[in-house]
Ligand binder design. Sequence first.
Ligand code: DX5
Ligand code: ZN
Length: 215
Amino acid sequence: MIQIAPSMLAADFLHLQESVNTVNKYADLFHLDIMDGTFVPNISFGFPVVEAIAQKARKPLDVHLMIVNPGKYVERFAKVGASYISFHYEAAKEESAAVLAQIQALGVKAGIVINPDCPVEKIFPLLPQVDFVLIMSVFAGFGGQKFIPESIDRIKAVRAELDRLGRTDVPIEVDGGIGPDNAADVITAGASILVAGSSVFKAQDPAAAIAAMRG
Ligand code: DX5
Ligand code: ZN
């Protein structure tokens, strides 16, 4: 099953309800990008915005933490209704296993994220534990960047290792520069959750863009 997770970072914040309706009607998950200005050079939005979306969301919330010290905030994101929480391996390093366990203890699906310059092998020791993997196909920090083609081989490598471990049901999410023109390629490589910001919310017809990505 392919799931489309529109990134609310690309929504029109003056008409947030409209973007929420689009996801409720046509997509599968709300992808919420949390940036702290330290782990990444950008600042996005925080709890008041997440809470407002949570009140109207009829699809699960997928929180992507681009922050230092992610373990400090996972409980609060679980409380406001996150169903999925992912954090960067580069931010947690040797504490990653403990943060994954912390998220799982809250009854939330736990994912590890890697930036394009992080060797995929770094997260192999965590693959027996994760509920999903998020592979960045741009450098975390900004929407509207161009898809990095080398991401295809990285998705394949993580998919192969998950399958080797017998974890065929663990999904790979891909994030950055995804749209109708490259969705089929990342799906063929082994991804099944597609994050899409600009290609959904800057499209003339967001519903059609979502349908096109499902193939
Ligand atoms: C980038 C974020 C992405 C971003 C995707 O740091 O993690 O989720 O919003 O936006 P597009 O689809 O425009 O690349
Ligand atoms: Zn994201």
